[in-house]
Design a protein around this ligand. Structure first.
Ligand code: HEM
Ligand code: HEM
Length: 319
């Protein structure tokens, strides 16, 4: 076919190609999503205007009662743990993403079989990305264990664990309030709204432990001879769950930070960055600096930088 003929045929083919492409689906999804959001918002507003809606929101204002002995505010250790967790998650998520997307790793790592971690079997050679993932997972899990111990020792757990069935209708109430665009009153210093509480509970006590269990199942040091356990919990099941769990984490983080900033940013940031209920602007700049550090860490995580740290723990090779 001549060049001219090809040039004239292309525009005619374009609409068909576009219709077959993944982008065409978006042409559908966008108006449907807008319509759905409108129906939800108007529906929630209409419900709030009815008498039964009003009664429901009065009976269940959106937050469940805390016991008398529940602590008020956040201790400094909690703020520190929360910050360390956020920083470590940057490493965990980036390395997990690299494991998933890298076909041929730039470097490999083989652990030194001496020091604290010493095994009878010779250590396996793994990609530098998996090394980073496992190294930062270990720190992340240690931080998590300290968090679990401290929240239960100090009764801080009462703020993120549902302790009465009241939480359920209150979570529905908070959901209706968000959907109606007249958001529930924020007082995270004293008590979270029930939807917030259930989300924090799910992240801390469901998503995080499941990530750990599925991650350990896929890990190179998982024993291959525990046949019964391995049959009951096959590696394929762990692999199928691990990535969606990361999506759950990232979805939570995006929504979490958006809501922190949209519901009284300065006060919320003072809660978690200074452990007080003030509105100090200095804390805002500390938050900005922490975001810069996290973004810098994300960018710095390259094989050549990792080589320096990994070499202190084992042998780094090109293949
Ligand atoms: C730069 C990132 C982040 C910011 C600015 C931030 C901010 C906050 C703030 C202000 C609160 C208290 C909310 C209030 O007072 O109403 C909070 C609580 C919480 N955040 Fe974050 N957060 C960040 C990242 C994360 C990450 C990565 C996770 C976990 C994946 C997380 C999990 C939690 C949990 C579980 C709580 C409840 C803690 C408790 O009361 O025990 N946050 N966060
Ligand atoms: C103790 C905790 C964890 C351990 C032991 C662990 C372990 C692992 C291992 C061994 C792999 C490699 C799987 C393979 O070779 O195919 C992996 C992949 C991955 N991890 Fe983790 N992980 C943990 C926590 C997390 C967390 C918290 C996240 C994200 C928030 C995460 C995100 C990922 C992702 C995205 C992949 C790539 C999955 C894929 O290719 O489909 N991991 N993890």
């Amino acid at each position: 076919m001549s060049q001219k003929a090809t040039a004239t045929a292309t525009p005619a083919k374009q609409p068909a190609a576009f219709r077959g492409s993944a982008w065409f689906k978006l042409v559908w999804i966008v108006p449907v999503a807008i319509l759905l959001v409108l129906v939800i918002v108007v529906g929630a507003q209409l419900f709030r205007a009815t008498e039964s809606g009003l009664n429901f929101l009065t009976t269940y204002p959106g937050e469940a009662h805390l016991p008398e002995w529940a602590p008020v505010g956040f201790p400094a250790w909690l703020a520190w743990q929360h910050g360390i967790n956020a920083l470590l998650m940057v490493f965990v998520i980036k390395s997990g993403w690299q494991i998933r997307t890298t076909q041929r790793p730039a470097l490999y790592f083989t652990r030194n079989n001496k020091g604290i971690v010493r095994t009878k079997r010779a250590p396996k050679k793994i990609s530098i990305n998996l090394w980073l993932h496992i190294a930062t997972d270990t720190l992340w899990v240690l931080n998590g264990i300290v968090f679990y111990v401290l929240i239960f020792v100090t009764a801080q757990w009462t703020r993120i664990v549902p302790i009465s069935w009241d939480v359920m209708p209150n979570a529905i109430s908070a959901g209706i309030q968000y959907a109606s665009l007249n958001w529930p009153t924020e007082d995270g210093w004293v008590n979270y709204n029930s939807l917030q509480l259930l989300t924090y509970f799910a992240i801390v006590f469901i998503v995080a432990p499941l990530s750990i269990i599925t991650g350990l199942r896929m890990s190179p040091s998982w024993p291959s001879n525990t046949t019964r356990l391995n049959k009951a919990f096959p590696i394929e099941a762990a692999r199928a769950m691990h990535f969606p769990l990361m999506l759950a984490f990232t979805g939570f983080i995006v929504l979490h930070i958006a809501l922190v900033l949209a519901t009284g940013a300065l006060r919320n940031l003072n809660h978690m960055y200074a452990a007080n209920d003030a509105t100090n602007w200095l804390v805002f700049w500390i938050f900005v600096a922490s975001v810069v550090v996290m973004a810098g860490a994300w960018l710095a995580l390259r094989p050549m930088t990792l080589r320096v740290i990994a070499s202190t723990m084992g042998n780094v090779t090109r293949n």
